[in-house]
Design a protein around this ligand. Sequence first.
Ligand code: AMP
Ligand code: MG
Length: 578
Amino acid sequence: MNVYGITGWKNAGKTGLMERLVAEFTARGLKVSTVKHAHHRFDIDHPGKDSHRHREAGAREVILSSGVRWAHMGELRGDDEPTLETHLARLAPCDLVLIEGYKGETHPKIEAHRAETGNPLIAPDDPRIRAIASDVSLDGMPVPVLDLDDTTGIADFIAADLAPSPKATLGNDCFALPTGVEWIKTEAALAALRDRLVSVVGDETIATDSALGRVLSSDVVARRSNPPSANSAVDGYGFAHDGAKEQVLELSEGRSAAGAPFDGVVGAGQAVRILTGAMIPMGVDTVVLQEDVVVANGSVTFAAPRKGANCRRAGEDIDAGAVALERGRRVTSQDIAFLTSVGVGQVSVSKPLRVGVLSTGDELAPPEPAQGPSRTYDANRPMLLSLVQAWGCEAVDLGHVDDDRDALKAALDDGATRADVIVTSGGASAGEEDHVSALLSDAGAMHHWRLAIKPGRPLALAQWSGVPVFGLPGNPVAAFVCALVFARPSLAVLGGGAWVEPQGFDVPAAFEKRKKGGRREYLRARIRNGAVEVFKSEGSARISGLSWAEGLVELPEDASTITKGDLVRYVPFSSFGI
Ligand code: AMP
Ligand code: MG
């Protein structure tokens, strides 16, 4: 349900605005309901009414109904008042719920404001206020200021604010191979994906402190400067620098501490005690370290540091109104600290990308109960499900299907309704049992990318009912490498994020190898004693090497002979976001 609030101090024009907005949205054809928070002692029932008598006698809830309207009353009898969420859950589905009051709740709101009331605005301190509707023009506000009488304009603002960001559509040919290409190089494949993929998810507003790992869907602007005012970087004494080196100043009464500023003016010839993080009082432009002064008989003696020393300038980190973080960024713990410090309590983020994972192959079975040697345990599905989760996606287990067209078709149909992207493994080559590629080819919009990469090679990219499908190779080592190299950046973009390039670095090789030309190779690797060693076997069925490794060595397409000590590019798994 769309929920939007009108808030403001007493006599700010809240109810009048509510009334006009309800009428406006109703006239636009929307079904509108409202919730109003009355003042604490307000009573909806009155002595003498029958309902009142029922309640007085002890009824817990009373429903009062007539041919005109009905009401459902609950008696609190000392219990806490129900939350807004509880009340909203009671409402029948509608297009818009407008809420009057409930200032502290997290839904987006417009603040009504009338200058004559003389009340300060709530908006500068409350990040949930999206606009101010005022009867005067106001400068320097952190949010748009609308005309309180312009009901249409305010309704338009609310409608635009609530509108889901349009779900982008992928081009039908987003997976088309560049024409004339038979073997596609990794760089070209990645460039094609980067250019063609777009976000396929909507967005939502959530509390900043629960945004870890989520992707920002719009630029986030600092609501106030950091620091918000000039403050002291040290414990010491603040004074006005007059150019003289030797200072003997009268110690003024009081002090400035963090959270408890000095509220007077420090005059010429005076110094004031000031602590780290405390606001610089009026009249002070320099702070001398407490270790560098002598305090005796009510005066402070010291050699003056340079003018401005030990003072942090207001906004020296970031100014209010500047973009703090850009859209597409995945929120880190550090970002949560940064956004909180600049007053951003809520952020707009992409809804998690739902990634369906499907295994294909007659030979596959779960590891329990134990199977005979002709069966292969389905290792890819739990691997891929956990990988996509690590990348911040919502993993949707689409199970396992045999190499059977109808079963596969049903699984893809199911996946297309439950997921935004489908990742399959197995059956992606062009062999007679490669049903994934055969079925996707028949359905059209399928492209078989013969990647010049080892391990990997066949990658089937297609759309099934408009949902992108990444058909990874069945071999677990190849499935893993292709997931890291191709699926990860693609899923990032589909999920509203920026394209991600794994950061690697050059490390001396602790191994020797002759490499053929023409394809890129990824070797399971790890660093020991400052050199990179590779797994004893390049066999792509050797899954143990995936656990042994801590990263991949990436060898470029050209032929080469690597000898010990040569620099090779090492990409740790952490650079792949795992
Ligand atoms: P395919 O690409 O279907 O020809 O499979 C290539 C190899 O990977 C075969 O040996 C398969 O048994 C194996 N394989 C395919 N899918 C999985 C899976 N989900 N788990 C483990 N091995 C698999
Ligand atoms: Mg197979």
